[in-house]
Design a protein around this ligand. Structure first.
Ligand code: SF4
Ligand code: SF4
Length: 667
């Protein structure tokens, strides 16, 4: 064997062992960090078959990524192209160490088909990069990270693909192998490279030198990339697939119940990085920094300091910065996440409306709210730190079981003389209507409740309410981090529910709906919970409500976050509105899963909004832009927020709850 071949073999062996060894050391450390955190882990794996299918659709099929058309297509081209050239690169590495390795030549048909496909798909990577560069250099969306990391990755991968084509092009210029194997016709794109760069005119020596040169460039860049991945944002290449595999299978989700009775617990919620659970850490590793979450976030969009992308990034940086303490059993020296100099300030934490736009759009299925909820819990329960104005709201909920502080005895005053039965009088009914605090005390909400009553009465529904026995559902307190208070109110409701007989719980408020349906089961209360839009839709379909459609003009529907993104209810309200309105049903640009929050969720309804533009004003502008003559909603909080927002415009667009619209069109 020639000395050069022996030298190359030794060099390649050392380079491969060194690079892969370093890569595995770094990945092992990341894994150890993931396993060293103390947070209560999620249940491990269920429905493995379903999860494997999701890997095929979401990761291999790139369905999540392609929800954003052009960037998604570019990512798909890069993903498949890069994947396609890897076996060839691996073959080149092995050949570098073992020159006689020639597996491809023993399966010439299959091998040529693979090379042909890889050569074309490899070129697609370059096409994808052209768009990626255009986006970075020309479009420059605010939410996209433009750092050195992203540019280096584009450079690395471009060099890998270009050198791949040059290797192929030089290969084409070499004489046919002794075994008769020819590369003619298998590199359609690289053949163009060869012709464009005039490789055919080179001597055989130059061709050999050119081949070797691009071989080393290719392998060195791949190995450099390999070393770079675990410490870069491209860690998602390793973590995204497992993160998707372990994702929540249902859209509906409950906030984690904290055992506040646990006397041995040293802390509650998330205050330091060791309190993450392993799935949280996987979320951090999986983030691609694509910025889609920030693009849709109502807080980011209205000038608040909150960016869901940055939160995830900052958590990751903090975790890795403090990982030595984590791994060396010095957890007691770990600094709080919200500390002097930290960019995660209380203005960031409390700006979130919990709308879930970020989670819904995230291509790797990150769950930002798992972090935000737990951090709020920690701030309230451990640090007694929360927006000042929430103190009064907490007091009101504690004393009167509603956020406004109205006397709890007056909870049923809204329906005086309407013939609304109380559960305390009937003890059983087909429908237990959980009216909620807004429906019982807020002026706008009371009108919606009165309309709901009339609709139920017209349909002859056997229903009853709890009246003064009802407590706040707990949503506001929980999402504001006050788990003690939330659990106190939840327990009171659970106790009252257990005293009566009913088939379903009906709610007109998406927050009551979500909490009772998805979170009360953790407190032993498992009931069928139905929102009024679904219930009314069923009544219409069963012929129990007769509609005489009225011309409301161009009508648009504002999706409540807790009905839509939290519970996947998008169609029922639209079905009702199509029947009730003789005019047209139009959509705002941001609708259904990309619907823009009204600004009230996550207890924001009861907090000052002093930074940036008010979220409800921004939504009101979107209403005006849509050209709608009227807006329908299905949440008393949305109705109030939108109404306030519209008043800030020069338009007079009425906001009506679906119950109010149905009340108008039913006899
Ligand atoms: S839940 Fe909504 S407001 Fe909160 S970070 Fe996500 S997108 Fe922003
Ligand atoms: S959290 Fe998800 S949506 Fe947000 S930047 Fe990371 S990958 Fe993109």
């Amino acid at each position: 064997m020639e000395p050069y071949v022996i030298l190359k073999s030794v060099l390649m062996f050392i380079a491969l062992i060194g690079a892969f060894g370093y890569f595995f050391t770094k990945v092992t450390r990341l894994y150890k960090i993931m396993m060293a955190v103390d947070g209560e882990p999620k249940p491990f794996v269920d429905k493995v078959g379903v999860r494997i299918k999701i890997l095929f659709t979401d990761v291999l099929g790139q369905t999540n990524v392609r929800r954003k058309l052009l960037p998604g297509l570019a990512h798909t081209l890069i993903f498949f192209g890069f994947l396609a050239i890897q076996p060839h690169s691996l073959e080149l590495m092995v050949k570098g160490v073992i020159p006689v390795f020639d597996i491809g030549h023993s399966l010439p048909g299959l091998y040529k088909f693979y090379l042909f496909t890889a050569d074309i798909l490899g070129f697609f990577v370059l096409v994808g990069f052209v768009y990626a560069l255009y986006r970075r250099l020309v479009i420059k969306p605010d939410y996209l990270t433009m750092g050195r990391d992203a540019n280096l990755i584009i450079l690395f991968t471009s060099v890998i693909v270009l050198s791949f084509h040059f290797i192929n092009a030089f290969q084409l210029m070499m004489p046919v192998k002794a075994d008769g194997f020819s590369y003619a016709g298998v590199f359609p794109v690289s053949e163009v490279f060869a012709s464009v760069f005039g490789l055919g005119a080179l001597s055989q020596t130059s061709i050999l030198i050119g081949y070797e040169l691009f071989y080393y460039i290719h392998i060195a860049t791949i190995l450099g990339f390999l070393i770079y991945i675990p410490g870069s944002k491209h860690l998602h290449l390793l973590a995204a697939a497992p993160n998707v595999f372990f994702k929540r299978l249902k859209i509906e989700k409950a906030m984690k119940k904290t055992d506040i009775e646990d006397e041995e617990a040293e802390t509650f919620g998330l205050g330091r990085v060791q309190e993450f659970n392993w799935h949280n850490v996987l979320n951090l590793y999986a983030c691609t920094e694509c910025g889609r979450c920030e693009e849709l976030c109502p807080a980011s969009n209205t000038g608040k300091p909150l960016s869901p992308k940055k939160i995830i990034h900052d958590f990751k940086v903090d975790l890795l910065d403090q990982s030595d303490l984590l791994l060396n059993d010095k957890k007691d020296e770990i600094q709080p996440i919200m500390r002097e100099g930290s960019e995660l300030t209380s203005d960031v934490l409390w700006a979130c409306t919990t709308c879930r736009s970020c989670e819904d759009i995230c291509p790797v299925n990150n769950e930002h709210l798992d972090f935000i909820f737990e951090m709020r819990k920690n701030q309230v329960l451990m640090e007694a730190s929360f927006p000042l104005e929430m103190q009064e709201t907490f007091n009101n909920m504690e004393n009167q079981s509603n956020p406004w502080g109205f006397s709890s005895d007056s909870r049923a005053d809204w329906c005086k003389n309407m013939g609304v039965p109380l559960m305390a009088d009937k003890s059983q009914a087909e429908v237990l209507w959980f009216v909620g605090c807004a429906g019982a005390f807020d002026d706008r909400g009371k009108k919606i409740s009165q309309a709901t009553t009339r609709v139920l009465q017209k349909a002859g529904v056997d229903f009853a309410i709890l009246g003064a026995e009802e407590s706040c559902n707990g949503d506001m307190a929980r999402r504001a981090g006050n788990e003690y208070l939330a659990q106190m109110m939840i327990q009171q409701n659970v106790e009252i529910f257990s005293q009566y007989k009913f088939d379903i719980i009906l709610t007109g408020c998406p927050h009551c709906y979500n909490t009772i349906k998805n979170e009360y089961p953790d407190f032993g209360a498992e009931y069928e919970v139905v929102h009024t839009v679904d219930y009314f839709n069923t009544l219409i379909k069963e012929g129990r409500l007769n509609i005489n459609a009225k011309d409301f003009g161009a009508l648009t529907f504002h999706d409540s976050c807790y009905l839509g993104r939290w519970n996947n209810i998008y169609e029922a309200p639209r079905e009702i509105l199509k029947k009730a309105n003789a005019g047209s049903l139009i959509e705002m640009d941001r609708n259904k899963s990309t619907g823009f929050c009204c600004g009230a969720g996550g207890a924001r309804m009861f907090m000052e909004e002093t930074i940036g533009e008010r979220i409800n004003n921004e939504r009101a502008k979107q209403v005006v832009t849509s050209g709608a003559a009227i807006v329908a909603s299905a949440c008393p909080f949305c109705a109030t927020m939108l109404n306030d927002g519209i008043m800030e415009t020069d338009q007079q667009i009425p906001i009506k709850d679906i119950a109010e619209i149905l009340d108008e069109v039913t006899g």
